[in-house]
Design a protein around this ligand. Structure first.
Ligand code: UDX
Length: 434
């Protein structure tokens, strides 16, 4: 099949490369000329394990190409809209201007029957809006609008695309369903469930999935706080409840609060949509509030671990991105934590394996260093914000000898309290007895 993917951001690029790898002929389009030039030269705009090789292989095989214009649209069987839907400044509604602009531009060049697919996360009703824009722009166009949300986790996006738990397709007619079946045919081999439903339902599935996962995380974070008060262990609580098949063990890691490009934005958009139709999503409203507050409170743990003041002290920070294996800093808890530590008078020495360039855009006056040990040199305390693998087996004796005081605040529970005590650390973590 011939596919045009509009938008070479995270979702567009990964989806385009994976569809090409399935054997389809894919053109990834972006207005940003420098981005396209770089992609043509094999330079990835984002950090995602395996992506560079996947793109290179498929370009070489002639299945994947890049363009700044829409000349591939007339011949395409399916055109995917994978542009950004950021939170609209001021009100938290999803900003759909990029989606609508793309729809209009596609409409002008449509030829023959084409399926237009929204891959971007869009509020319920957007598909209908896209359909109307296309009809208005090109009255004779023969097309269907389909919703096909993505469920890609950064850092594991290729695997999530190729071995998904499920694929969701919201389509209103059989012709479109046939095209979508053909596009995802390679997944039939692993018997991936493909949920066919109507467009609005599909659009809502995406928001409901992210809101549910954000709720699960927020739930276990509050249980962690409770554990600290009553001397219980949150990891064991998570295990104890997660073994119940109705609950499930995933997304029960307590930490500094969720961040990233999806959960904060999508929970907020769901809340706003729900309010606008007078069906308030009160649980999700609370999740948003609790998570925002949590990210801000994390710095207090560091201040407490330092005896109540960090004025003039140096804090070593390990990890800045919102999770490992990405360079993404969007809504990372590190932004709140580092800013709060600075406001309380601390100097920050920080290391992240991939996120430093992005971090520099949002965090000033930080001494960005080249490795984890450099971040600890002369530090009065260290805080682990992101659970990168390379922080999991630090030489603890070396860490101790480099630091001014052996104080560690581990917001991801990657070390064991007993082990840290043996090495003479004053160690605190999330929801576990010291
Ligand atoms: C998420 C969804 O998982 C994906 O399906 C969706 O399409 C896009 O949004 P992503 O944002 O890449 O993916 O990361 P994810 O792994 O879901 O983590 C989101 C945040 O939750 C991170 O800040 C992470 O640290 C946090 N998290 C996750 C926890 O604190 N505890 C957990 O148990 C899981």
């Amino acid at each position: 099949m011939r596919v045009t993917m509009i938008g070479t951001g995270y979702v567009g690029l990964v989806s385009g490369a994976c569809f090409a790898d399935f054997g389809h002929e894919v053109v990834c389009v972006d207005k940003d000329e420098t981005k396209i030039e770089k992609l043509e030269a094999g330079v990835m705009p984002i950090y995602e394990p395996g992506l560079e090789a996947l793109v290179a292989e498929n370009v070489k095989a002639g299945r994947l190409s890049f363009s700044t214009d829409l000349t591939s649209v007339p011949n395409a069987d399916a055109v995917f809209i994978a542009v950004g839907t950021p939170s609209r400044r001021g009100d938290g509604f999803a900003d759909l201007s990029y989606v609508y602009n793309a729809s209009e531009e596609i409409a002008r060049v449509l030829e023959g029957y084409t399926v237009v697919v929204t891959k971007s996360t869009v509020p319920v009703g957007t598909g209908t809006e896209v359909e109307q824009i296309i009809k208005k722009t090109n009255a004779g166009a023969e097309f269907s609008v389909v919703s096909n949300p993505e469920f890609l986790r950064e850092g594991a996006a290729i695997q999530d695309f190729k071995r998904p738990d499920r694929v969701v397709v919201g389509a209103e007619d059989d012709r479109a369903i046939k095209v979508m079946r053909e596009l995802y045919r390679p997944l039939y081999i692993n018997e991936t469930p493909i949920v066919f439903t109507n467009r609005s339902t599909s659009e809502l599935i995406k928001y409901a999935a992210n809101a549910f996962l954000a709720t699960k995380i927020t739930f276990i974070n509050e249980v962690a706080d409770l554990c600290e008060k009553v001397g219980a262990n949150v990891q064991e609580v998570a295990k104890g409840i997660g073994l119940d098949g109705r609950i499930g063990s995933k997304f029960l890691h307590a930490g500094p609060g969720y961040g990233g490009s999806c959960f904060p934005k999508d929970t907020l958009a769901l809340v706003r949509t729900a309010q606008s139709v007078n069906a308030p999503a009160r649980i999700v409203e609370t999740v948003v509030e609790v998570n925002d507050a949590r990210k801000k409170q994390m710095a207090d743990r560091v201040i407490a671990a330092c005896g109540g003041s960090i004025e003039g002290k140096t804090i070593g920070v390990l990890g800045l991105t919102f999770k490992p294996n990405t360079d993404d800093m969007r809504d990372s808890p590190a932004i709140d934590i580092v800013s709060a530590l600075q406001s309380a008078g601390a100097k920050i020495s920080a290391y992240d394996p991939a996120g430093v360039e992005e971090a520099k855009l949002v965090l000033n006056d930080v001494d960005y260093v080249e490795g984890p040990y450099q971040a600890l040199e002369g530090a009065d305390a260290v805080v682990i914000i992101t659970e990168w693998d390379e922080f999991r087996a630090l030489d603890l004796e070396r860490v101790k000898s480099l630091m001014k005081a052996p104080i560690m605040v581990d917001l991801r529970n990657i070390y064991r309290p007993a082990e840290m005590a043996e090495h003479g650390f004053e160690y605190s973590s999330i929801g576990r007895p010291a």
